[in-house]
Design a protein around this ligand. Sequence first.
Ligand code: HEC
Ligand code: HEC
Length: 182
Amino acid sequence: MKKTMLTLTLLGIALGGAPWVLADDKGERNFLGYGRDVDPALSATYKEECGSCHFAYQPGLLPEQSWKGIMTGLNDHFGDNAELEQPVLDQISQYLTANAADRTKTGRSPGIAKSLAAKDAPLRITETAYFRRKHDEVPLRMVKDNPKVGSFSQCQACHTKADTGSYDENQVRIPGFGRWDD
Ligand code: HEC
Ligand code: HEC
């Protein structure tokens, strides 16, 4: 019993976690070539409050100004009311801005920040030039017209390791279509 647990733990580390042995402009890779594209979301408060309607997007996916824009407009959040009590609002705003794309030096975050003009602060990750460039070959029939996905905002529907901050194209499985081969 104990041995099985140990084996599973080691396997888990080998497949998903440390040790990072390679690093390139995309981020850190483990020996299987998979790695961390953005730092995972670690704040429990953030995941609870902002991960109930959709995937808890990692802070490193948008620049500071975008998060500020989102957090000051929660009463009309893409048509929904996502308002929060002041102390929780402050805590989450603090967390998001401190870990924003333009304040992070690793993984894809610097590239995302650089894909935007200086004062540009889109409220959607899916509107950044970086995101568009990475997804311009993915046809609508796999996304909007795919009832199992619905929109590009559902990162975790296709990126099987999205919650760990890994968005490697080799880990993509599109519901109803399977692996991504390009
Ligand atoms: C009441 C439900 C609800 C809550 C709670 C909520 N959101 Fe959203 N959020 C939405 C909806 C609806 C959309 C639009 C999704 C779509 O277009 O498919 C959205 C979209 C987003 C997007 C843009 C995704 C994209 O397309 O790139 C971001 C970023 C976001 N939310 C951040 C947050 C943050 C930060 C919080 C917590 C403060 C939060 N959300 C809480 C409903 C919610
Ligand atoms: C409909 C499925 C789908 C959804 C939803 C989706 N993606 Fe992707 N994503 C893909 C595919 C397919 C690729 C690879 C595209 C290619 O290589 O042409 C990709 C590529 C990427 C890459 C580059 C990976 C690499 O190895 O170069 C990043 C980063 C990424 N997606 C992030 C996101 C984020 C963040 C979200 C949510 C806001 C998201 N994706 C939503 C399908 C999806």
